[in-house]
Write a protein that binds this ligand. Structure first.
Ligand code: GLU
Length: 505
């Protein structure tokens, strides 16, 4: 079996926007596929038409497009194992349902929802299984004639899996080891419903994994309880030899307290739980996304990669290619991973630092334009290079750097009280004259000239520099003073100084 080409799949149900936990599952599948030169399949599990949400499939595809998670085949990508949308595979499933009915591992049942409810009322903890199935209305309790007659009449039925009691079912899990479950705790799951002529998730999932040659099932921990049934289904079909390896990923936990991360945590604490913004088509309600909140896809990928996996040392920053090289299911943890939103911001900051100034400038230019600023690209690149280590998001560059593009019209009151003294106008007039005389307005030349002047005049460096900053920036923040003046250029520097001198007196 290890000889088979690695084939993994991400198989969402289009029931709404993709939750961030689903993004992590897809990412781990992608990393695993890439590092084994295998294939990643995108399959849509839409057999539950009641839960279908319009636009969900497109949303999911757009999310992966943005994140750089590429599929080799599937819905939207083509391939030799299609169709990849389960609702288009009815004929295929019908055949496999028949196979189980024929070999006696499944049976037809006619119990109506009312009858099942009555039974649940009558028996505490009722479960449809080996101990109760003989009290129910199904092909095991009815005569063949009765069953045939009902089927001929078109009475609605389901097909249930016949779970043999008292056997130990082993799930070999690459993260959790040998997980053993006693078959008696499992119920006779419904595999097919005549009412919509569609299989349920369990049957469709197994049939497709088998037919699509899936070698590894990497998915969220919430699917672990289904795994023993899946193992039994593989056996019932006689497909033991191609049974995939399982890997159930740890839950994503709330930022604080117990339990699984939910959309409500995001709303309450102010962070997105979806990759892209989502507008619910039914209610019109929208939920924020990582993309619209200003995250770089690289940063979100890096953050998610480390939620449940670690490289075995304390390295934290990884590019996608490095993750492909380093990722390893054996280093995934069994216990839940706490969703530390502050850490996501830190990753964004770190990835901004690692990106070319040119690339960040290209993201910043539209933000400048929104504020009515048209600046030469070289200037934006230079500002970005100087300032990007101060922000967690590209959009925050505006507040941090706007003084490079827009001259101050007001002067911060506190800075003014602290740094604009009686002598300040005189100092600034002298300084402006000094700078005006410079041919070479480079940072270096300004710095040497000004420092020499301060030393010759025995002025106080702090007093000069703080006042100078107030004239150019309008407040007490910003990088090194001559970095600012060099970037603004002589003309603009002098204009700002003269205006400040006039306004501040
Ligand atoms: N359709 C399931 C989901 O929505 C897939 C579970 C699996 O990977 O087996 O997550």
């Amino acid at each position: 079996m290890d000889e088979r080409k690695v084939r993994v799949r991400f198989a969402p149900s289009p029931t709404g926007p993709l939750h961030i936990g689903g993004v992590r599952t897809a990412l781990y599948n992608y990393l695993f596929a890439k590092q084994h030169q295998g294939d990643l399949i995108f399959r849509i599990e839409d057999t539950d038409s009641n839960r279908f949400v319009l636009g969900a499939e497109e949303y999911i595809l757009e999310s992966f497009e943005w994140l750089g998670i590429r599929f080799d085949e599937g819905v939207g990508f083509g391939g030799n194992y299609g169709p990849y949308r389960q609702s288009e595979r009815r004929e295929i499933y019908r055949k496999y349902v028949e196979a189980l009915l024929d070999n006696g591992t499944a049976y037809v049942a006619f119990d109506t929802p009312e009858e099942l409810n009555a039974k649940r009322k009558e028996m505490k903890n009722f479960q449809y299984d080996a101990t109760t199935r003989m009290q129910m209305c199904n092909a095991l309790t009815l005569s063949k004639e009765e069953v045939d007659a009902w089927l001929a009449e078109g009475k609605q039925y389901v097909v249930r899996f016949k779970v043999e009691p008292n056997i130990d079912v082993h799930v070999e899990d690459l993260i959790r080891g040998d997980v053993v479950v006693r078959s008696s705790v499992l119920d006779d799951k419904v595999l097919y419903k005549s009412a919509d002529d569609l299989p349920t998730y369990h049957l469709a999932n197994i049939v497709d994994d088998h037919l699509m040659g899936v070698t590894h099932v990497i998915r969220g921990e919430e699917w672990l309880p289904s795994a023993p049934l899946h193992v039994l289904l593989y056996r019932a079909f006689g497909w033991e030899d191609t049974m995939p390896c399982f890997a159930h990923l740890p839950l994503l936990l709330k930022p604080e307290g117990n339990g699984k991360l939910s959309k409500r945590d995001g709303d309450r604490l102010g962070f997105p739980v979806f990759p892209l913004e989502w507008r619910d088509p039914a209610t019109g309600e929208s939920s924020s996304g990582y993309r619209e909140s200003g995250y770089l896809p690289e940063a979100l990928i890096n953050f998610l990669a480390l939620l449940g996996w670690n490289p075995g040392n304390d390295r934290e920053i990884f590019s996608m290619d490095e993750l492909i090289e380093w990722f390893d299911l054996a280093h995934c943890s069994k216990s839940g991973a706490r969703f530390d939103y502050e850490k996501a911001k830190w990753f964004n900051h770190e990835h901004i630092l690692r990106k070319d100034d040119e690339e960040i400038a290209d993201m910043f230019i539209p933000i400048l334009q929104e504020h009515g600023v048209e600046a030469p690209r070289e200037k934006v690149v230079a500002v970005v290079g100087m300032m990007k280590d101060r922000v967690s998001f590209v959009k925050d560059l505006w507040d941090t750097c706007k003084f490079f593009f827009v001259a101050p019209t007001e002067y911060d009151e506190k800075t003014r009280t602290k740094h604009w003294k009686e002598d300040s106008p005189r100092y600034m007039i002298e300084l402006a004259d000094l700078l005006e005389g410079l041919h070479d307005f480079s940072l270096q030349n300004q710095e040497t000239t000004v420092m020499q002047w301060i030393a010759d005049k025995r002025y106080n460096t702090g007093a000069i520099m703080n006042a100078f900053r107030l004239t150019l920036v309008g407040e007490g923040k910003g990088p090194h003073m001559f970095d600012i003046s060099a970037l603004l250029g002589k003309e603009e520097t002098l204009r700002r100084m003269r205006r400040a001198i006039a306004v501040l007196k």
